[in-house]
Design a protein around this ligand. Structure first.
Ligand code: 5AD
Ligand code: SF4
Length: 434
């Protein structure tokens, strides 16, 4: 079949879409680049906010039209599949299969069954721990930069968040298999790896904790760069940060979701750290490496958030000088503890706070980029620019895109550039050395 996968949500979902893609390719299916050409359309879904769910329902609605014209198979995978299961088929009868987050590796079996039994429906949403160890499907090819999951699930139960209910309890993967998989990727050409988990800092397998795992990954010859996401500020400490910052392959980009800068709201969110602790993490990073980037997620308008609480968040943003930040309006999710508390910040107020904080990020990210002007930075060249034949681009360790000119194709090389200009999100550089 010709298949098309549409992905919503976080990096874990992007990674899972890759796994589904490899699995389908391996069993002889063919990838295509638009749903119009596909016989099999798969939606990898997110349920963190209602807006993400609404978008999927909208897209699924369009599939009805497609189905009237020709025979196609429609599948839903990911968090919304896990959460809603059979309800998705009840709501949208032209959905053929629903596979929860532990059933990705069943995808070809399910597709084959449905090819042989048209009109049947399949829903698989039970939690299956075996998935963790069988998930490392052989990849089609090793890209320059690859994701790899080190753990799945979350035990933190932040009161606004649906993830622990959908993705289940924390489960870490065997480090031996993680290392083997990375070594295989590196042998195939991968130079940068991003370790993924809902809360990577709580990785634990026997005596191997997150730092130990990072050290093992660091020892892999031929691997140049290590990234990881997402970190939980409660499990980060200045000491851990210092250890990470001393490791040459660990990229100087720290994604530290703040959520709120007010201790009262952090407590109500069950985040288990204080504004002072968060501040100490920022200070540690800024002191050790002024050019490191810090990014974050913030929720405005959580239940009970007063003007004074909101001001604390704004102050922290000014203190942290984020390189970028995702700001969200609080959206109560059924089943979470937050759902039971009044959602008492009016929508226009949430909107106003969101816009104000977005303006703060714009200001601080421009300032952060301006700091790089004239600096020499290392980039990993990952592709071509758009404006000329000799334009190429790469990423800094701090995760910024730099565009530069070179006659020689430098794809996959680590090079040093001097930053000459910054326009919006893009930096321009001149080659300093190879
Ligand atoms: N409402 C708004 N934002 C949310 N997030 C998680 N749950 C909610 C919610 N109910 C945000 C958090 C998290 C990011 C992935 O999504 O900021 O870090
Ligand atoms: Fe959700 Fe909190 Fe777990 Fe992140 S740490 S996935 S926000 S419950």
């Amino acid at each position: 079949m010709r298949f098309y996968i549409e992905t919503y949500g976080c990096q874990m979902n992007e990674y899972d879409s890759q796994l589904a893609e490899y699995e389908l390719l391996r069993s002889g299916h063919e990838k295509c680049i638009s749903p119009e050409e596909a016989d099999l359309v798969i939606f990898n879904t997110c349920t963190v906010r209602k807006s993400a769910e609404d978008r999927v329902y909208g897209q699924l609605g369009h599939m009805k039209r497609y189905k009237k014209k020709r025979t196609i198979m429609v599948g839903v995978i990911g968090c919304m599949a896990q959460k809603s299961g059979q309800k998705l088929i009840d709501d949208v009868p032209h959905v053929d299969f629903v596979l929860g987050t532990d059933h990705l590796n069943d995808i070809t079996r399910v597709v084959r069954f449905l090819q042989e039994h048209p009109g049947e429906k399949i829903v698989l949403t039970d939690q299956d721990d075996a998935f963790l160890e069988t998930e490392e499907l052989p990849r089609k090819e090793a890209g320059l930069s690859e994701f790899i999951s080190i753990m799945r699930g979350c035990n933190n139960f932040c009161t606004y968040c649906i993830v622990p209910y959908v993705r289940g309890r924390e489960r870490s993967r065997d480090p031996k298999r993680i290392i083997e998989e990375i070594m295989r990727l590196v042998a195939g050409g991968t130079r940068e790896i991003t370790l993924l988990g809902q809360n990577v800092n709580s990785y634990q397998w026997g005596k191997t904790d997150f730092l130990k795992l990072i050290r093992m990954v660091h020892d892999i010859k031929g691997l140049d760069r290590i990234r990881f996401t997402t970190s939980h500020p409660k499990d980060m400490s200045p000491e851990i940060l210092q250890t990470l910052m001393a490791m040459s392959k660990v990229c100087n980009h720290y994604h530290l979701p703040l959520q709120s800068g007010s201790d009262t709201i952090l407590k109500a969110m069950n985040r288990k750290y204080t504004e002072a602790h968060y501040r100490s993490l920022v200070e540690t990073i800024r002191q050790a490496d002024p050019l490191a980037s810090i990014t974050t997620d913030i929720i405005v308008g959580f239940s009970g958030e007063t003007d004074a609480d909101y001001k604390k968040t704004k102050e922290m943003m000014q203190f942290a000088q984020y390189d970028s930040a995702f700001i969200f309006k609080y959206n109560p999710r059924p089943g979470t503890r937050g759902w039971e508390i009044a959602d008492d910040v009016p929508v226009p107020k949430k909107q106003q706070r969101l816009e104000e904080l977005n303006a703060v990020v714009k200001e601080t990210s421009d300032k952060r980029n301006a700091l790089l002007l004239g600096e020499k930075v290392e980039i990993l060249v990952d592709g071509r620019g758009r404006s000329s034949d000799i334009q190429q681009k790469g990423r800094t360790g701090s995760n910024k895109v730099v565009v530069f000119d070179s006659e020689e194709d430098l794809y996959g090389r680590l090079i040093t550039v001097t930053i000459t200009d910054a326009v919006g999100w893009t930096l321009f550089g001149k080659m300093a050395s190879i």
